[in-house]
Design a protein around this ligand. Structure first.
Ligand code: KIV
Length: 279
């Protein structure tokens, strides 16, 4: 079933959980879509897991459009959400609408995601008014790593928890149709989920959220630079891949690959003629 803003909001009303994973390419999108994922997030985490940066700051609009278009080509049913990269929306409301529009027109995203609460509500309102659905992102917002002082749990003090709840209400009021809560205490995320009518999608925010998202390389055990506490490894694909790469190398060295069935034939006459000419 094709997922839309409306079907996802209906899931919250019916108490049905929403499944989201990050995705950055066509073949993975096809697999995730076939597995029944509700939303595919072309996260700016592509800066970390695809491009090898230490944070998401350097990711560009061109990077995001390129990967979003690939994911969109591989997706039939899931809603494709594209992250707005650092400084593509913070600079002005105008920039926000133009760049969200590019992710939709050139990347074929079905929605965009941006980080921040009350401070980006004007942007959210303007993007939604341009008929582009918006997912907000609160808690640990990686584009603010330099002001947050590192990748840390957010909303632990009364003041910080109050601010997170009021930001969540503000983004809902501004028109966001869902909100990602990253690295937020589980009880606070559960309260936010109860107080909002839009779905909350948690990552490191406990089971009380209306849905969950993970970076797929983390949940498949493909990324070993670091592993956050909230990740569960659903498979050890990293080991499967490394073993297959090593086996390929070994089989080639031994002359076992390629075998006869992997080759194309040519007639003996043609070869005989060619051999003669090549002498
Ligand atoms: O970029 C990303 O992958 C994200 C998720 C961590 C929510 O924003």
């Amino acid at each position: 079933m094709k997922q839309t803003v409306q079907t996802l909001q209906a899931k919250k009303q019916q108490g049905e959980k929403i499944a989201m994973l990050t995705c950055y390419d066509y073949s993975t999108a096809k697999l995730m879509d076939a597995a029944g994922m509700d939303m595919l997030l072309v996260g700016d985490s592509l800066g970390n897991v695809i491009l090898g940066y230490e944070d998401t700051i350097s990711v560009t609009m061109e990077d995001m459009i390129h990967h979003t278009a690939a994911v969109a080509r591989g997706t039939k049913n899931a809603l494709v959400v594209a992250d707005m990269p650092f400084l593509s929306y913070q600079t002005s409301v105008y920039d926000a609408v133009v760049n969200a529009g590019r992710l939709m027109k050139e990347g074929r995203a079905g929605a965009v995601k941006l980080e921040g609460g009350e401070v980006v509500c004007e942007q959210i309102r303007a993007i939604v008014n341009a008929s582009i659905p918006v997912v907000a992102h609160l808690g640990m917002t990686p584009q603010s790593v330099n002001t947050l002082g590192g990748f840390k749990v957010q909303g632990k003090s009364l003041e910080a928890a109050r601010k997170l709840l009021s930001d969540a209400k503000a983004v809902e009021e501004a028109g966001a149709f869902a909100v990602v809560l990253e690295c937020v205490p589980a009880k606070l995320a559960e309260l936010v989920s109860r107080k909002l009518s839009i779905p909350t999608i948690g990552i490191g925010a406990g089971a009380g959220c209306d849905g969950q998202v993970l970076v797929y390389q983390d949940m498949l055990g493909m990324f070993s630079d670091y592993c956050p506490k909230f990740v569960r490894k659903f498979a050890d694909v990293g080991t499967v891949m490394r073993d297959a790469f090593a086996l390929y190398q070994e089989e080639m060295q031994k002359g076992n690959f390629p075998a006869q069935e992997h080759t194309f034939s040519i007639s003996d006459e043609v070869m005989a003629q060619l051999e003669q000419e090549a002498e």
